[in-house]
Design a protein around this ligand. Structure first.
Ligand SMILES: Cc1cc2nc3c(=O)[nH]c(=O)nc-3n(C[C@H](O)[C@H](O)[C@H](O)COP(=O)(O)OP(=O)(O)OC[C@H]3O[C@@H](n4cnc5c(N)ncnc54)[C@H](O)[C@@H]3O)c2cc1C
Ligand code: FES
Length: 251
């Protein structure tokens, strides 16, 4: 394994599983560290023999991830969930912070399918723009936004998206990031009649559709029916509203 610091409070782990894992952009795995915990993480680049995870340090498990060194053993199970769907010939990809994780391999996949890709990456400031260099290399065009204006345009990725849907007339919008951002992305896409897929986070424990902890309402489970959803599938669910903690109580 390799562990590199990507930007402030974000690392990229490169893992070589004992056996190849066939995964698609948008799917996730359960990453386990013995004696610590196991947590869901999106595939974020590479292939079935050697792949990357982009991890933001937010609590005890991810802090432990940051301490991993070459030679340390972690365990993984997966892949789980439904991937993004490649459609059309022009796409806009919107990433909020670490939400960029599943979008890096998606952009790579779209370009291989000869889809024209315009990406937007947003973060609070210039040191919190994970995988910016990769997105820049892979996309036809990349727009950057920061909340404090320290890099790119001052504001939010959705400000740029509003202009892009008018200018680029994309066939699809793809997004991953904070749920408030995803709600706004879904609104903009709906207003312009553009199909939109978003990757949604809920508390994932089993990852296999058994425990119910990732329920979104209307019978949808993030680990089984998502994490990638067409936005119309999410209408009438808890998306944009309730989020539950490990016990299932609203946060
Ligand atoms: C399908 C999916 C894919 C994900 N992909 C990535 C990724 O590529 N990169 C990344 O940095 N993070 C990703 N996450 C979120 C990541 O799992 C949490 O940040 C991580 O579990 C936090 O653990 P912690 O102990 O460090 O922090 P904690 O202090 O335990 O929690 C910090 C935050 O993470 C949330 N969280 C904790 N455990 C889980 C869990 N089991 N499921 C969902 N949310 C949880 C908490 O609700 C809280 O908001 C993904 C989550 C899901 C559901
Ligand atoms: S995490 Fe158990 S059902 Fe989804």
């Amino acid at each position: 394994m390799e562990n590199r610091e990507e930007c402030e409070r974000t690392i990229v782990l490169r893992l070589r599983p004992e056996r190849p894992i066939r995964w698609e952009p948008g799917q996730f795995l359960m990453l386990g560290i013995s004696g610590v915990d196991e947590k869901p993480m999106a595939f974020s680049g590479g292939d079935d023999r050697e792949f990357e995870l982009t991890i933001e340090i937010v609590g005890p498990f991810t802090e432990r991830c940051a301490d991993l060194e070459p030679g340390d053993v972690v365990w993984v199970r997966g892949p789980y969930g439904k991937p993004f769907e490649v459609r059309g010939s022009r796409a806009v990809v919107v990433a909020g912070g670490t939400g960029v994780a599943p979008l890096v391999p998606l952009v790579e996949r779209l370009r291989r399918a000869r889809v024209h890709v315009t990406s937007v990456l947003g973060g609070p400031h210039a040191d919190r723009l994970p995988r910016k260099d990769d997105l820049e290399k892979l996309s036809d065009e990349l727009y950057v936004t920061t909340e404090d204006g320290s890099e790119g345009r001052k504001g939010f990725p959705t400000d740029v998206l509003e202009e892009l849907v008018e200018k680029e007339c994309p066939d699809v919008v793809y997004a991953c990031g904070p749920e408030g951002m995803l709600v706004r992305v879904a609104e903009i896409a709906r207003e312009h009649d553009v199909p939109c897929q978003v990757s949604v986070v809920r508390y994932v424990k089993c990852g296999e559709g058994i425990c119910g902890s990732c329920a979104l309402g209307k019978g949808l489970l993030v680990c089984r029916d998502g994490p990638v959803f067409w936005t119309e599938e999410l209408e009438g669910t808890e998306f944009g509203g309730v989020r539950r903690d490990v016990t299932g109580k609203p946060e």
